[in-house]
Each structure stands twice: as structure tokens, then as C-alpha cells.
Design a protein around this ligand. Sequence first.
Ligand SMILES: [Zn+2]
Length: 314
Amino acid sequence: MAQQTIGPGTPVIAFDVGGTDIKAALFDADGTAIGLRRTPTPPLGADPAGTLIEALARITAELRAEHPHIEPQAAGFVVPGIVDAAAGIGVFASNLGWRDAPLRALASERLSLPVALDHDVRSASWAEHELGGAREHDDVVVLIIGTGIAGAILVGGRPYAAGGYAGEIGHAPIAEAPPRGDAVRCACGAYGCLETVASAGAIARRYAAETGATPDGAREVIALAGAGDAVAARIWDEALDALSLALAQLTAVLGPQAIVIGGGLSRAGDVLFDEVRTRLAGRLSFHRMPQIVPAQLGDDAGLLGAALHARELS
Ligand SMILES: [Zn+2]
């Protein structure tokens, strides 16, 4: 865990629920994560919300038995998909199966604690704002570029959620569908979404499709591009172009002070950040050029955000 403390306050328990596993920890009065663990997400079956809440209750009992001196006063948990945090509802999550599930009320009743619910990436962006790469700024866009591209927006220092529908930068169109263009169909069903070209997953997939090779992720495609492989160079160039187009749109519309980039692709380092800065600047005129900065909290940002939200209740 890159950053293990959320600062002093009441003890809380936090969960970051993903399709593969559930990350959980207690946070003590110093704000230090205690008992941090990953538990495989159980098959959620016909009652996905109820089954998930039972899993959270089991993990809570386990953590409390191991650390009886820490008595959480509230719980925070974050889930993927469309989340109406204000209403406490999991609206939709393709990989977890619920629709309009009252997750916050169910968890609060089962855990006998006040509960905060949020979207995983909005929660991560909140943690980056409070503790990490976006600390100096109130108007921020956060992008997590991995298998797909997830995003979150902070306006005036507060998450902008729009009922859970805001921030889907990965599913903003950057190319024209056939017959007018050659955009491919996204897993979401639309054509030409940013993540079909610029996600780490898409970079590796496109290279594999064109060459028949199986690259070790986007990282290897980027290395091949640097070594003079023409196909890799074109795919990486198209990814950077699509990304800078999307960031130029965001800059013109939202005027963020900073754009924070995390996720697997951000580990490419300067070869990504320098290129994005140059290409974005090339597309702008009077606009305020945002700082393009790496996320600082790594994979635990969502969990830290969940803990921060729980603290707000206690
Ligand atoms: Zn899409």
C-alpha cells in the first residue's frame, strides 16, 4: 500500500468490491490500515446484493475478531458500475449483476453501522484529492487507464456524479462508426469509445490482432514501438492521439487544473506523460493547460476513499 494512513479520526472499516476480489481493512484512530486483505468475491448468484452484503459481514466479523481493540464507528464501501451514492443505490454493475440495489441500506442493517456507499473510481479520485496526486487542486479529472478506462470528475473540490452517470470518459466517442469511419464496437455496445483505442487492454489486443503475436500487455507494445516496430508504433500513436483528443475536449469543457492519470498504463511513465502533455498542448490555444500528473495512491485509492467517506459519517 503506497499510502497507508488517512489521518487521525474515528476508527472505521472499508471495502473496495471488485469483480474478482474484495479488498478490506480496518482503519484505526491514527488512520492506519489494519488487517488489509483481499478476499475472492463469491459467486453472487440470484441475489447479488444480499450475497455481497453477507460476504462483507463475514469479512467484518473476521477483522473484528483479529483486532478487537479497534471498534469501527462506520463503514464505507465502493463498487463498480453506475452508483447513485447520494441515494445509496447500486444502479447497475455488469460484472456483479445487480440493478437498483439498495446496497447502503442493506449493509447498514446487516453491519449495524452507518454506511457510506460510493463508486470505486470516484472514491479513488476523492482519495487522490484528499491524500494524493490532486491535493493542490479543486477542479480535477482523474483517469484510470487499465483493461478499460474509468474516470471521475471533481468540481470545486467535490465529486461530480450526476446520479452516477458522470465520468465515463472511457465511453466517450473519439471515432466515427462504419460506414463513415472505421471505429470498432466497444464492449458497452457503442462504437468508437475512447477505451477501444487508448486503454492498455486495447493497445495489447490491437497489436495481437494485427500481428498474431501475444504481447505481454501494453507495456511490451510500447517498448516495441520505441524499438522501431512499425505496427506497435502506429497503435501506440493512435492511442496517444485518441487520449489527447479526449483530454482536449475535457479541458475545453471543464477547465480542470489537473488531470490525474493512474492505472496500469500510467506505469509507462514519461513515455506516456510527456507525449500526452505535448499532444494536448498542441490541440489547445487560449485554454488553460492542465497539469498532467500521475496518480499517487496506487491500487488502494478506492479503499482509502471508502474509509474517508466512512469517516464523514462518524
Ligand atoms: Zn464504450
